[in-house]
Design a binder for this molecule. Structure first.
Ligand code: SAM
Length: 362
């Protein structure tokens, strides 16, 4: 049974009881009054109850509103968080896009740099490969150098022994190392005169070679060597070597101070031309002036003396293991038409320049 039916039945019962009690106590007027009062109390009770229900309803609505507010707040916080995370995501995305664009803009420069670095890498790789080849070649080169050195030492011993056998000197031959011509060049010079008949030698720079050539002319029985010496101390020393061996008839040491001489348009410090005999010479030994005079100090010999050389003359240049002297020999061969250059494979390096002969391979 619903509350309304129960309330209506209770109200009817209360009205009936009030009317009966009022009638019993005071007759019809009191029954009417009791009926009216009971109806009024019932109405008041209904109104109070309705008001309570309205208040409860109001509280529920309030609660619902508050609950809704909470939910809205939670929702709005979630939305805010979503917004924030979306904004953060957008910012992050924007940063990524900016970074990507920046990288894209760098690509041409990077590409150019990478190409350059590739070049560098290639150069470094090539350099490393070259060094590696050099290092790998060391044992082979060492073996070749040792063989070459052995050959040179053996040849020098042979040449020195042969010189002593051929000359049969009554005192020791002068030193053949350091500043002096080696035994290989000394023997070559000796044979050119004593065996192959050279009769007139001009020598730039006096010393051991002057003594050997004097012995060779004595063996040949004619001819002589003229040695130019710019330094009076070495001129005196060579004269002493010659005289104490009784060779004065076969050698002349000429004091030839260095002077300014012209070769083409260029001035050089070289032996004073006034001191040099006219020739002709069939062998020119170029072993001075010393390198301390200047670069290519020996160069003027051929351009200045070519007119004093016999047709079949040899020009012998010593010390051509040194780049400066080798360059002089190559320059002569380039500049002197009809001359060819030959290397003798001597210890200090000897180049021979002569007219004719086979041109060296290019
Ligand atoms: C290479 S040396 C000449 C060597 C000479 N043809 C020989 O076989 O002994 C060239 C010049 O160096 C100088 N010279 C010679 N002996 C020297 C020495 N022991 N120290 C410094 N200079 C020297 C002389 O002026 C010489 O003309």
């Amino acid at each position: 049974m619903s509350f309304r039916i129960r309330a209506a039945l209770a109200g009817i019962a209360a009205l009936a009881a009030a009317a009966a009690a009022g009638y019993a106590l005071g007759g019809a007027p009191l029954a009417g009054y009791a009926l009216f009062s009971t109806a009024l109390a019932g109405a008041a009770l209904l109104l109070w109850r309705q008001s309570r229900r309205a208040q409860a309803e109001e509280r529920r609505r309030h609660a619902a509103v508050a609950n809704l507010g909470d939910k809205v707040a939670v929702l709005s916080r979630r939305v805010k968080r979503l917004q924030e995370s979306q904004e953060q995501g957008q910012r992050h995305l924007a940063e990524r896009i900016d970074a990507t664009y920046a990288r894209i803009r760098q690509v041409p420069g990077d590409t150019r740099r990478l190409v350059r670095e590739d070049d560098k890498t290639e150069r470094v790789t090539a350099a490393i490969a070259a060094v590696r080849e050099d290092v790998e070649a060391i044992p082979r080169m060492t073996r070749r150098l040792v063989r070459e050195w052995n050959r040179i030492v053996y040849a020098e011993v042979e040449d020195l022994t042969a010189l002593y056998r051929d000359i049969e000197p009554d005192r020791a031959l002068p030193p053949m190392h350091g500043w002096a011509a080696g035994a290989d060049l000394a023997r070559y010079l000796y044979r050119e005169v004593a065996e192959f008949g050279r009769s007139s030698v001009l020598e730039c720079g006096s010393g051991t070679s002057t003594v050997i050539l004097a012995y060779a002319f004595r063996a040949r029985g004619e001819g002589r060597v003229v040695a130019l010496e710019h330094d009076p101390r070495f001129a005196a020393a060579t004269r002493q070597l010659i005289e104490e061996r009784g060779l004065a008839d076969w050698a002349e040491i000429v004091d030839a101070p260095l002077a300014d001489v012209g070769v083409g348009d260029t001035a050089w410090r070289w032996y004073d031309l006034e001191c040099i005999p006219k020739g002709p010479f069939d062998l020119l030994l170029v072993d001075g002036p010393p390198a301390s005079v200047g670069p290519e100090a020996r160069y003027p010999a051929v351009p200045l003396l070519v007119d004093r050389l016999a047709e079949d003359a040899l020009v012998v240049l010593d010390d051509t293991r040194r780049p400066d002297e080798r360059a002089i020999g190559e320059r002569w061969a380039d500049e002197m038409e009809g001359f060819t250059l030959e290397s003798l494979g001597h210890d200090h390096g000897t180049l021979v320049l002569k007219r004719g002969g086979d041109a060296p391979p290019a």
